[in-house]
Ligand binder design. Structure first.
Ligand code: ADP
Ligand code: MG
Length: 233
């Protein structure tokens, strides 16, 4: 599903350059649930943003579902992002003046799906994350865990091949984190490929494979026996 080879990324600020990714190689097969770990500043978000086509590497290759991701114009990039990728962020990134249903429906609007169908699809995903009765509520009326569920429903609405989550439990207490991880595990059980950036070891143990980043390279890449989040809930 994902294949990256010798990926390099530097940030240039004036005369200074910070070499953040120094030759990353890895592959993710369809259906995997992978965590990317590493201390703060180790380049986890940089890597995820490149995988999410929000940023481009300086060097190396990236294949996503057999498509080489390189030098795409913004229109094509947006099309691929929409088709292949769903994003989940630590800070939820919901639109504050839109209710839960409209937040979930938004990616479908950008895909040109008609209003009635958008509402039906969005509602089905809100049901899936257990929030159907909160459809007309604004984000400000939802708890952190509920907001993240809405964000997950939004990420799923366009039926992407891969979900990318950057510290999805970073703003949540432990109990709520495990509930969100239970939802993520359930989505992965259905076969969806998911990558999660986290610096929390207990969250990483709930994935099936842990990739450790340090000083711009992968220092460890290990399959683990997945801990079910429900055992903590
Ligand atoms: P992590 O997500 O692991 O905490 P990041 O990928 O966000 O790490 O950042 C890696 C390094 O790159 C950090 O030192 C950070 O300050 C730097 N960095 C990240 N984004 C930018 C940017 N847009 N411009 C300059 N430096 C950046
Ligand atoms: Mg980060």
């Amino acid at each position: 599903m994902i294949e990256i080879k010798n990926l390099h990324k530097s940030y240039v600020m004036g005369k200074n350059s910070l070499h953040v990714l120094k030759g990353i190689n890895f592959e993710v097969a369809e259906g995997e649930l992978v965590s990317i770990m590493g201390s703060s500043g180790s380049g986890k978000s940089t890597l995820l943003n490149i995988l999410g086509m929000l940023d481009e590497a300086d060097e190396g290759s990236y294949m996503l579902d057999g498509v080489p991701i390189k030098n795409l114009n913004e229109r094509i990039a947006a099309k691929y992002r929409n088709k292949f990728l769903g994003f989940i962020f630590q800070s939820f990134n919901l639109i504050s003046y839109k209710n839960a249903l409209d937040n979930v429906a938004l990616p479908l609007y950008y895909q040109g799906v008609k209003r009635k169908e958008r509402v039906d699809i969005a509602m089905s995903y809100l049901e899936k994350v257990g929030l159907a009765q909160w459809a007309s509520h604004l984000p400000s009326e939802l708890s952190g865990g509920q907001k993240q569920r809405v964000a997950i429903a939004r990420a799923l609405a366009s039926n992407p091949k891969v979900l990318l989550a950057d510290e999805p439990t970073g703003a949540l207490d432990s109990q709520t984190s495990y509930e969100v991880m239970d939802l993520i595990q359930g989505i992965n059980d259905e076969g969806r490929t998911i990558l999660i950036v986290t610096h929390e070891p207990d969250i990483a143990q709930m994935t099936k494979r842990i990739v450790n980043l340090k000083d711009g390279v992968i220092i460890d890449d290990t399959r683990v026996n997945q801990v079910r989040a429900l055992s903590h809930v």
